[in-house]
Design a binder for this molecule. Structure first.
Ligand SMILES: Nc1nc2c(c(=O)[nH]1)N[C@H]1C(S)=C(S)[C@@H](COP(=O)(O)OP(=O)(O)OC[C@H]3O[C@@H](n4cnc5c(=O)[nH]c(N)nc54)[C@H](O)[C@@H]3O)O[C@H]1N2
Ligand SMILES: Nc1nc2c(c(=O)[nH]1)N[C@H]1C(S)=C(S)[C@@H](COP(=O)(O)OP(=O)(O)OC[C@H]3O[C@@H](n4cnc5c(=O)[nH]c(N)nc54)[C@H](O)[C@@H]3O)O[C@H]1N2
Ligand SMILES: [Mo]
Length: 761
């Protein structure tokens, strides 16, 4: 493991010299002035700003350089010296910009002024802020609230999100989808059912106490690299890490810490994963079942031999429900089925189980490899089954650990961004603000786009995001989006979604969190929640990209006031000027979480959010932690196993992108250069399809809904990926992903298992 060179794979560990070079390259590419590059030193420091990239936890005692390559790239992207001013739009019509590559659109620089689309000239033209608010307010008043969707993309602060949800509800709708609907909603649903909280229970200190970690479908080296610090520390203590991933991701194999001179100068990288299992995409439920089966059968033997139990029977009796049926299901499961679906041998799974049985405190980290499947919720529940067997929830050093995506995606939900009325404190909001909130369920992201396709939407108000790229079924979505009566995009950079203007379209430039937020009430700070359910304050340090840019709270308050007028009891202007007033209201809505937050938000290491499951209090239906019996281990109802040429396409992120933001066309870790239009394929599948490296192919979705989904222009790259599974990039592959191919319970699109076939290029 570690250094061997695989076909097409990056031969070096993640971090290290390559990482430093990549940071320097992007600082130069974005022409970030030297003074601003110093800003990196403030990243994730107790008094500085929280990184805009991932949501990984911020330690109380941070490293001097508490940033990583991905965070540095995201920061440089925001601090760029390039600007998209009104002059830019005078030169370029929307029709012309539509032909630009996604990378070039964002690379053009930071948006500086509010703009409205002018169909006469096919250009965006500048418009004063107050006029933009008035016009948007007047439009919104015309529409039925149920036909308007308020999307948030996961970066906006707790304060902005609280304001947005209140505005939407005062306006009359629970249509508050967010990026987690495409991301960890399978966790929000699955963990809530299983342990009574929809978030992970581990904290940073658990890394010091754990004695085994699982990693399922999360690419730590690229997507949450600061976490490598904790992994490395744990590995130094000899803690094993068992990884399940179809690809051998360099960041999960070994790591050299670019901030540790010893690591940089010695040839010995730390090995990260001690076992690496290349599970088939969609094979996780089967793989975990195999591990559980081994544990339960070992326990059965212990019982008959009067030896100490292997499962934590006291915990199971006192704290769980449904063990017997699950145990019986696991005993009855056939190894042949488990091996076929997981693509892993019984020996391999038993080796993982043996390690698990030796460990007293086990964490299970996971990401999109589990959640973005038709059976995404089941995958999550299955992982909890495994943890429950040996009491690995609500114990130090142990617990489920969904690694969240966007830097405040978890927090947005905490403060009421949800389409599910039962998850929002509606009665409290009703009394606190003297209004009657809507009680009917709103739309999540997939439902919102179904409504869009059905012609039922009048407006999309987007707080960040680039939905025409990030949602499934792009070729069906785009025409529907471009005839919407109203789109409002609050954004830092120009993106594809702005270039399909409907009847009326506004692009409103907002500050990045990195920038100083000056309001009438003084410089403002905001707050967010990380992946381990801790809240942190964040204060911008860089000069704003332009004086005409406004903060997100300013923009939300402006639209809310213009839309609601006298209907609202909120003094939106006062909130706009002083965010402490918003935090005070959050404290009234959720006293346990946010009372005294104004000072507590600066607690080093963050304010710990109270989670009953951490204390083994289970807010579930039965009042206990729930075992689950899977419906089927052959996971995917859309996967036509009968079609011999079918392949499972997983859509991946490279190290040079943040979701739809493409920093460059390279994927350094996977050794792909200069193009993202590639298909990573096992040489066995290449042979079966008579393909050679570099051959041009198209992919076509296998579905019987009468829609032809096809993307052309891929080139084939031989890769160490399980037979029958192929990899492509997100968002380029999104036209292949049907909107309905999503998890039943969470509606998370099945982006890691799209049934496709190869067609001639
Ligand atoms: N630099 C950077 N950082 C990011 C982001 C970014 O785009 N760039 N995005 C942010 C966001 S919003 C999110 S949600 C997170 C995403 O971070 P991750 O959760 O890591 O998501 P992905 O990169 O989509 O895929 C994760 C891994 O799943 C594996 N995989 C695919 N299918 C399966 C499967 O069926 N089973 C298993 N076990 N593994 C599978 C893939 O090989 C890949 O290594 O990262 C966040 N951080
Ligand atoms: N096929 C496939 N599809 C996927 C995924 C996948 O793995 N495969 N992953 C899914 C996941 S996990 C997610 S989270 C979604 C993400 O999808 P989206 O929510 O659409 O998110 P982004 O691509 O992060 O949005 C990028 C835009 O956000 C704006 N922006 C950046 N910073 C800020 C800010 O501070 N404030 C505001 N207001 N705007 C800002 C910029 O203008 C930028 O162009 O995509 C999902 N789609
Ligand atoms: Mo995400």
């Amino acid at each position: 493991m570690g250094k061997e060179k695989k076909s097409g794979a990056y031969p070096y560990s993640s971090g290290g010299w390559g990482s430093l070079k990549a940071v320097t390259t992007i600082l130069l590419q974005e022409k970030v002035p030297l003074a601003d590059s110093q800003v990196l030193l403030d990243q994730n420091q107790p008094d500085g700003f929280m990184c805009v990239s991932c949501s990984w936890s911020k330690p109380a005692d941070p490293h001097t350089f508490e940033f990583c390559e991905s965070g540095a790239k995201a920061t440089a992207w925001d601090l760029t010296a390039k600007r998209v001013t009104p002059d830019f739009f005078e030169v370029h019509t929307v029709g012309e910009l539509s032909k630009w590559h996604d990378h070039d659109l964002e690379e053009a620089g930071r948006l500086t002024e509010p703009m409205r689309y002018d169909p006469g000239t096919d250009r965006y033209v500048p418009i004063p802020w107050t006029q933009a608010f008035e016009e948007i307010g007047a439009e919104l008043r015309r529409f039925a609230p149920a036909s308007v969707v308020f999307y948030s993309s996961g970066r906006a602060s707790l304060e902005t999100s609280y304001m947005l949800q209140l505005f939407a509800r005062m306006y009359g709708t629970n249509n508050l989808p967010d990026s987690s609907n495409m991301c960890h909603e399978s966790s929000s649903v699955g963990l809530k059912e299983a342990i009574g909280v929809g978030v992970g229970t581990i904290m940073l200190e658990d890394f010091e106490k754990t004695d085994l970690m699982f990693f399922f479908g999360q690419n730590v080296g690229t997507n949450s690299p600061r976490m490598l610090h904790q992994l490395q520390e744990a590995r130094k203590r000899g803690v094993p890490i068992i990884t399940f991933n179809p690809l051998r991701e360099p960041g999960l194999i070994s790591f050299s810490n670019p901030q540790s001179p010893v690591d940089m100068l010695t040839p010995h990288d730390t090995q990260i994963s001690t076992q690496y299992h290349q599970v088939k995409t969609g094979g996780d439920t089967a793989a975990i079942l195999g591990i559980c089966k081994r544990v339960i059968e070992a326990d059965d033997r212990a019982v008959s031999n009067c030896e100490p139990r292997v499962v934590d029977i006291d915990f199971i009796r006192e704290h769980t429900h449904g063990y017997d049926s699950f145990a019986q299901y696991a005993r009855d499961a056939k190894w042949d089925d488990i091996e076929l679906v997981s693509g892993l041998s019984r020996d391999a799974l038993e080796a993982a189980a043996n390690e698990y049985m030796r460990a007293n405190a086990v964490m299970a980290h996971y990401g999109m490899g589990l959640t973005q499947h038709r059976a995404g919720v089941q995958n999550v529940r299955m992982l909890v089954n495994l943890l429950l067997l040996r009491g690995n929830v609500g114990k130090s050093g142990a617990g489920p650990s969904p690694i969240r995506g966007h830097s405040n995606v978890q927090g947005q939900r905490t403060v009421g961004i949800t389409e599910k009325p039962e998850l929002a404190p509606l009665d409290q909001l009703a009394t606190q603000f003297s209004f009657e909130p809507p009680r009917e369920k709103g739309m999540n992201t997939v439902e919102a786009f179904e409504a869009l396709l059905d012609g039922k939407l009048n407006a999309m108000i987007n707080l960040g995001g680039n939905l025409v790229r990030s949602v499934p079924d792009r070729y069906r979505i785009e025409p529907a989006w471009s005839v919407l009566p109203l789109t409002v995009n609050v954004a830092t950079k120009l993106n594809r979604s702005h270039l399909l203007p409907g009847e009326r379209s506004y692009v409103l430039p907002c500050l990045s969190r990195i920038e100083i937020d000056r309001q009438a009430g003084g410089d403002q700070a905001v707050s967010m929640e990380d992946s381990t359910a801790c809240f942190h304050g964040s204060r911008g340090v860089a000069e704003p990209a332009a004086p005409t840019i406004r903060s997100e709270p300013f923009i939300v308050a402006g639209i809310a006031k213009a839309t609601l007028g006298d209907r609202s009891t909120v003094d939106w202007d006062a909130w706009r000027d002083d965010y402490a007033l918003v935090r005070a209201e959050m404290g009234k809505t959720w006293p346990k979480m946010f009372s005294g937050f104004e000072t507590r938000m600066w607690t080093p290491g963050g304010v710990v959010r109270p989670l009953p499951a951490r204390e083994r209090k289970w807010k579930t239906k039965s009042g206990k932690a729930e075992f689950m019996v899977p419906e089927a281990i052959g996971e995917d109802p859309d996967m036509p196993e009968r079609v011999p040429e079918s392949l499972r396409l997983m859509t991946l992120r490279s190290d040079s992108q943040f979701n739809t933001t493409i920093y460059s066309l390279d994927d350094r870790f996977r050794g792909v250069k200069g193009s993202r239009m590639v298909v990573l394929m096992n040489p066995v599948d290449m042979k079966k399809h008579a393909l050679a490296q570099g051959d041009q192919i198209s992919l076509e979705t296998i579905a019987d809904d009468g829609v032809n989904r096809r993307v052309d222009g891929f080139s084939v790259v031989p890769f160490d990926v399980p037979v029958g599974c192929i990899g492509g990039y997100y968002p380029e592959c999104n036209p292949l992903l049907p909107l309905w191919h999503c998890a039943k319970e969470s509606k998370v699109p099945g982006a890691k298992s799209i049934p496709v076939r190869v067609v001639a290029g």
